[in-house]
Design a protein around this ligand. Structure first.
Ligand code: NAD
Length: 477
């Protein structure tokens, strides 16, 4: 039997100290299904302590240059410990080790960008003197940290999405309380140790592990928390929004991402990228390619190339260097994907390749003959399934892309400038990616959705805007 080399046990991290608990939750290696870590369960008094220490820390000076220094130091430490972090991510998520290494590198980058942005927080001059009667006045705005930010994160990108919240929150001068996903808390707890080593002042970061339905309401009901930043499912996002009341909430939610492949596209390149971005992390990515609309003139060639690339994907142990796709997060999730695919097939869809489940693995699957009302098209699959359909007219395909509750990102392969211009204005999403799939993201770009995909943007500069309050200062002489 496969044996994990590292076993972890963590307490809660509150006010700069690790608090041990008798009762522990277990974290499974998603491939072997063996316990590889234990984490503590948060209770009400822990949330109160975390909030108290966050408030105390917030009342003490922590200059922009000091924030820059700590964030940069953690980025450096992350890089020098890349292998331990990558291994933890591979085990807790089931993500291939090569992808996990990429996540660690991107996390370091996210912290580095946050460090840089901590020195660039500024307001602007407002020409109040232009108003009649205000000739003697001058005005400018300044940005102030909101205070205490609670960050709640999902399982699929457990380190980088945590960095996208902690990095900007600290850069902006806030105290932050993190609640990582219960399936994948290990990499964020290892990151917490690096913040400790880098000298982050006590109370500026607390990490409270446990089940979302237990810890979430303890956080939202605490009125001293000033802001919630959440990445996860629309269902939980809505709950948090309802419970937060008038407090600021940033929501990064789901999507059923579409990508269009037009008749002038580089078919080879588009097929390669679609196969890659449909099945990265077993399709458990919020911008995973789920709906592909291909112009009917190139459909056959495109489909055969996507299937060819898909069939080459090597499934296996995430810790093996040549594994390209690992298991899903849990067997129930693989079973749910299986049900959705079977339901689509009963309604007339065809499985071009894949369509099989083995325990927690679901094979990379390409569906054709789909219609937009099947669950595999209309809802978020969050699994390794892509549905490919044809279109004839530009306007028709734009309407179909928009016929979705979601709007995070979309992709469009074409060099036809008038189609690009039409899509740019007509597709209702947070980001349109031309000559690539919906799955493109770098960490300093503004990232976030419209409709049920959420509100607010991430990317350190944009997250800092969400996590600060703008104040206008008017000087009268
Ligand atoms: P989830 O909503 O089940 O869980 C996310 C977090 O919320 C976890 O930490 C969980 O413990 C917590 N939670 C659960 N119930 C809660 C409650 N009642 N109150 C407060 N917190 C609670 O999502 P998931 O399954 O971990 O992640 C998958 C979802 O995340 C998908 O919909 C995916 O599209 C989305 N996602 C979005 C982005 C983005 O940037 N837009 C990125 C990654 C994932």
């Amino acid at each position: 039997m496969y044996k994990t080399a590292i076993d972890y046990s963590f307490g809660l991290f509150i006010g700069g100290e690790w608090i041990e608990k008798d009762e522990k939750d277990t974290v499974l290696n998603k491939y072997t299904q063996e316990v590889f870590a234990k984490t503590a369960a948060t209770e009400e008094q822990d949330v109160k302590r975390a909030v108290k220490s966050a408030k105390e820390a917030f009342s003490k000076p922590f200059s922009q240059y000091e924030r820059y220094g700590v964030l940069l130091k953690v980025a450096q430490l992350l890089r020098s410990n890349q292998e331990e972090f990558a291994r933890a991510i591979a085990e807790e998520v089931g993500k291939p080790i090569t992808e996990a290494r990429g996540e660690v590198e991107r996390s370091a980058l996210t912290l580095e960008i946050s460090a840089e942005e901590s020195k660039r927080i500024h307001g602007e001059e407002i020409p109040v003197q232009a108003a009649p009667g205000s000739e003697n006045r001058k005005a400018f705005t300044r940005r102030y940290p909101v205070g205490i930010v609670a960050a709640i994160t999902p399982f699929n990108v457990p380190l980088n999405l945590v960095c996208h919240k902690i990095g900007p929150a600290i850069a902006a001068g806030n105290s932050v309380i993190l609640k990582p996903a219960e399936q994948t808390p290990v990499s964020s707890l290892l990151l917490t140790r690096l913040f400790e080593e880098a000298g982050l002042p006590k109370g500026r970061l607390s990490v409270l592990t446990g089940k979302g339905e237990d810890v979430g309401p303890l956080l939202t009901s605490n009125q001293e928390i000033n802001m919630f930043t959440f990445t996860g499912s629309p269902k939980v996002g809505l709950l948090i929004r309802e419970q937060a009341g008038l407090r600021n909430v940033a929501l990064e939610l789901g999507n059923n991402s579409a990508t269009i492949v037009h008749n002038d596209a580089d078919i080879e390149q588009a097929a390669k990228l679609v196969a890659q971005k449909s099945f990265n992390n077993a399709g458990q990515v919020c911008i995973s390619v789920q709906r592909v609309y291909v112009h009917e003139e190139i459909y056959e060639e495109f489909l055969s190339k996507v299937c060819e690339a898909t069939e080459q994907i090597k499934l296996g142990d995430p810790l093996e260097e040549d594994t390209q796709m690992g298991p899903m997060i849990a067997e129930e999730e693989a079973m749910r994907v299986e049900r959705w695919v079977n339901e689509a097939v009963e309604a007339g869809a065809k499985v071009a390749t894949g369509g099989a489940r083995k325990g927690v693995f679901y094979h990379p699957t390409v569906l054709t003959n789909v219609n937009d009302n099947m669950k595999v098209c209309r809802q978020e699959v969050f699994g390794p399934v892509v549905a490919i359909d044809t279109y004839r007219e530009e306007d028709e395909v734009i309407t179909r892309v928009n016929d979705s509750d979601y709007g995070l990102q979309a992709g469009l392969f074409t060099n036809n400038m008038s189609f690009v211009m039409k899509a740019m204005d007509g597709i209702h999403v947070g980001g349109l990616i031309v000559n690539d799939t919906s799955g493109y993201r770098v960490d300093h770009m503004p990232y976030g959705g419209v409709k049920k995909s959420g509100t607010g943007k991430e990317g350190p500069r944009y997250a800092i805007e969400e996590m600060t309050e703008e104040k206008i200062i008017v000087l009268n002489n």
